[in-house]
Design a protein around this ligand. Sequence first.
Ligand code: PEP
Length: 245
Amino acid sequence: MARRKLVAGNWKMNGSLAALAELDGIDAAARANPGVDVAICPPFTLIAPAVARAPGLPIGGQDCHAARCGAHTGCTSVELLREAGAALVIVGHSERRADQHETSEEVRGKAGAAIAGGLVAIVCVGETEAERDAGQALAVVERQLAESLPAGADAATLVVAYEPVWAIGTGRTPSCDDIACVHAALRARLRTLIGGEADGVRILYGGSVKPDNAAEILNLPDVDGALVGGASLTAAQFAPIIAAC
Ligand code: PEP
């Protein structure tokens, strides 16, 4: 099944109102590559201004709460994200799994709320370096996937991002063979979880994707795009990654 590539930027806790000027160049790169879906996930406070600055560019959140509303200080609901103009949300990023001790069960709740609320959910999975060294990479990501997947997920509402924890922000990446191997395993596991829908779900690679390694990674089998951190902060770095699809 043909899947459109998706290149999504995760700005993490970076950016500013002034930095939204970068969206002009990112939007131009998206328009110049109409066969590629492009999205940017800035910090919560920048979502609405980002939508205003680049109305044609899908903007997303970096997390959401599973509940509709309530006593959850500091958290953001799917409804609030939608109201701000978000079209998607990242859930289960390894920085949240580590820093906020998020479990896959919690990630499943968030992904389910996102999908039920009309957002596309990008569900992140990835092994630590110790897990890879112990030969457990496939078992870890397959378990995270199975435990994080909400009921009702389908090709239109779910994106999976494989992000080896040790590759995020480090300048290191797995070999192309290793990336292809994990993506094939995730696709196979997805088939057991959601049947034929699995063939339409985009599986992104994330972890130190840069202009100089984007083409080889993005052209691997079962790699349907990239989740990009540092290199998504400027149009100068992000545009060549979009063009490499
Ligand atoms: C990320 O945090 O999702 C990520 C992939 O970061 P980087 O591209 O900077 O490694």
